[in-house]
Design a binder for this molecule. Sequence first.
Ligand code: C5P
Length: 222
Amino acid sequence: MKKMQIAIDGPASAGKSTVAKLVAKKLGYIYCDTGAMYRAVTWAALQKGIAVTDDLALAKLLQDFSLEFVPAEPEQKVLVNGQDVTKAIRMPEVANNVSAVAAQASVRTDLTQRQRDIAQTGGIVMDGRDIGTTVLPQAEVKIFLIASVAERALRRHKENLEKGIPSNLKILEDEIAQRDYKDSHREISPLVKAVDATEVDTTSLNIDEVVAVIMDLVAQKE
Ligand code: C5P
């Protein structure tokens, strides 16, 4: 069977990672969370006191920056230069600074190359903001997941509570709306639906229904 590239893009907390993981599992594909990569760079910049808009300093940081995904249950681990940052990259300080870091040219160029290397052999489900438009424009299946801000904030709130991360629904709504705005209005690779992507509104769909829509699209390409 053909080993495809599946791109899943969309705004914050639209359910991308949950469905991407399930689709990858069903197909025996690798799952790559590109948001975690931008978060990892943000975490490292904050640790080192680098300004999140300092493109040159971020470029320097990336010269000595190893990023690994290690399979683990219930979720894969993210290692930065060998250090486990899986939990740290989900903290509010990282979430509130990641869009600024992700708008820097040096960061986008570097991480886009790393993402293409990971996806090179196919058999990959990659989620993010610019996978279908910039990272893997040749992906066989492209999905653009959307949901209302209120629904997405509620999902992230429940997820945070389950993970023991402090959470406030109203603050989350504001943060998500702000992150959407910044991600959609940045100059380089803004969040936008690829012309050939299929838009799926997950507001009133459950996870299994979204996965089924994607598996149908995959089956049509096989
Ligand atoms: O997916 P997640 O919410 O973890 O992504 C965190 C942030 O990383 C996004 O808000 C966006 O600023 C950035 N990002 C990006 N391009 C990607 C994936 C994430 O700019 N492909």
